[in-house]
Design a protein around this ligand. Structure first.
Ligand code: G6Q
Length: 547
């Protein structure tokens, strides 16, 4: 590896190329090249990735692929698929690809596939037993609701996927998700549920996460207070974890446990038994379809040359934006109501993975390693924050996503939705010049002095970059491919930036800090051990809490 990324030849070449291309308006790039869409879009199955509204030329792409080659991207991809311990700070492999594999995947000399298949089989039997009414609640009624208690990676994936795949729900089980330690989350969820027909999935990789364990205890108390008994807990509570001992300690029979492994990162775990609430909601066959979509993307990522490789292109475009164009904010804008939790899901995937500031060898980076990721489904965002995207000062980029076919045949809604998608990406790119604004106002008979006054307010500079992702229909397979596309995109960027995307010491810090303060909140003493602000806040809380 070259000593300093920013001094490396490929980086320097991109830097000087940027000083040339930053002068070019996207509108001009489109005018100059009628083949721009054909050149800068790629297809994968039912999915189309259009990056022609990014500030790129043939030369840009060539230099970005050179950067990828310089950073040995192909080697890193191969290392991941070979099960090498690329999560160096935790001394682990990162093998989410094994969770959807069909062929042997080896780490530390042994094939993990048989264990993966065994757990999938266990999930299948359990899901079938619940959905067919063979596994029933304490009063012999079939289950109707599943409450997943988990947080972060043990929550966001299943929440997003179950929402996205509503048209595929079997209708037999309604999923609910409790993550927050705010008692309101659990209390409001349980309010409408019947304990006799409610199944709880306690999902925690470590089984030590304070929020999850506290919510799980409270759920058990609720169950026991509403007709459940110690004996029937086993029917109503199952655990998904890597920590057998802690599951047993909590009081769940290990026979009711679905395991996964330390080489599955929390935010990469929806493909494992963490996906149990997904399978219980959409059925096991659809869960398998989700895995197959991801598997196809894995194969594409592993075998396709850089220039046609979707995750590679998406990742490199991000590097180009972040490190050379000063982009600090990335909006995820699905024009699909079912994907309304997709921005939150990607927020964790991207910000937790690449929110790092030291390289793999521990030296500080002198370049950015990510952006703030956020978003909202279209067209809601248009009536809220798009103003800033069009005329504000921050440099924001956006991914627009939409299906060509909707599951919901409501009048012409889908056409209207997509018309907004296309209009917004076009307007962000083109903008509206002072001449266009004046001509428009003139045609509406505005007086000249008013036109002069109004024009600067109505000018849109344009030249805002967007990436568009269209797919035929949002089905389990396409969703699997889409999620895996972003997973691998994040990995590509981590390789360019030479950082470890698979650890999360910031999350661990949060876990440590809060448990120390809990003890302090319970003491009757005035708090003096922290900085003045933290002491002041704790003491104000103590004075005003309702005991
Ligand atoms: C994900 C993170 C984090 C984690 C949660 C829950 O990659 O590590 O979001 O998933 O902190 O952890 P447990 O599953 O161990 O409860």
């Amino acid at each position: 590896m070259i000593e300093s990324l920013t001094k490396s030849p490929a980086w320097q070449a991109l830097k000087s190329h940027h000083s040339f291309i930053e002068q070019q308006h996207l509108r001009v790039l489109f005018a100059q090249d009628s083949q721009r869409f054909e050149k800068f879009s790629v297809r994968f199955g039912d999915l189309l990735l259009d990056f022609s509204k990014q500030r790129v030329t043939d030369e840009t792409m060539k230099l970005l692929f050179q950067l990828a080659t310089q950073q040995k991207l192909n080697d890193w991809i191969a290392q991941m698929f070979r099960g090498e311990k690329i999560n160096s700070t935790e001394n682990r492999a990162a093998l989410h690809i094994a969770l959807r594999a069909e062929q042997a995947v080896t780490t530390e000399g042994s094939d993990v596939l048989p264990a993966v298949k065994q757990v999938l089989q266990q999930m299948e039997s359990f899901t079938k037993a619940v959905l067919h009414g063979e596994h029933r609640g304490y009063s012999d009624l079939p289950f109707t609701d599943v409450v997943n208690i988990g947080i972060g990676g043990s929550d966001l994936g299943p929440v997003m996927v179950t929402n996205a795949l509503k048209p595929y729900w079997t209708g037999k089980m309604t999923p609910h998700f409790v993550s927050n330690i705010d008692g309101a989350h659990l209390a409001e969820t349980l309010k409408s549920l019947n304990p006799a027909t409610t199944l709880f999935v306690i999902a925690s990789k470590t089984f030590t996460t304070q929020e999850t364990i506290a919510n799980a205890h409270a759920a058990r108390t609720w169950f026991l207070a509403h007709g459940g008994t110690e004996k029937t807990i086993a029917r109503h509570f199952v655990a998904v974890s890597t920590n057998r001992e802690a599951v047993e300690q909590f009081g769940i029979d290990p026979a009711n446990m679905f395991i996964f492994w330390d080489w599955v990162g929390g935010r990469y775990s929806l493909w494992s038994a963490i996906g149990l609430p997904i399978a219980l909601t959409i059925g096991m066959q659809h869960f398998y379809d989700l895995l197959s979509g991801a598997r196809e993307m894995d194969q594409h990522f592993l075998t396709t040359p850089l220039a046609k490789n979707l995750p590679v292109i998406l990742g490199l475009i991000g590097v180009w934006q972040i490190n050379f164009q000063g982009v600090t904010s990335h909006a995820i804008l699905p024009y699909d109501q079912s994907l309304h939790r997709f921005p939150a899901y990607l927020q964790q995937l991207e910000m937790e993975s690449n929110g790092k500031s030291v390289t793999r060898d521990g030296s500080s980076v002198d370049y950015s390693t990510g952006t703030v990721v956020w978003g909202e489904s279209g067209t809601n965002g248009q009536h809220a924050f798009y103003q800033l995207l069009h005329q504000g000062t921050p440099t924001v980029t956006a991914d627009f996503l939409a299906p060509c076919q909707s599951h919901y045949a409501v009048n012409h809604h889908h056409e209207l939705l997509l018309a907004n998608f296309f209009a917004q990406t076009e307007a962000l790119m083109r903008g509206k010049s002072a001449e266009e604004v004046s001509a428009e106002l003139l045609s509406q008979n505005y007086p000249l002095d008013e036109i002069k006054e109004l024009t600067p307010h109505r000018v849109f500079a344009g030249n805002h970059t967007t990436t568009s992702i269209l797919f035929k229909k949002l089905n389990p397979k396409t969703l699997g491919s889409l999620i895996a596309l972003y997973e691998h995109k994040v990995f590509v960027q981590s390789v360019i930036w030479n950082i470890n995307p698979f650890d999360q010491w910031g999350v661990e810090l949060g876990k440590q800090l809060a448990s120390k303060i809990v003890a302090e909140l319970r003491s009757g003493q005035e708090e003096t051990a922290h900085d003045a602000s933290t002491n002041g806040l704790i003491n104000y809380f103590k004075e005003n809490r309702n005991l």
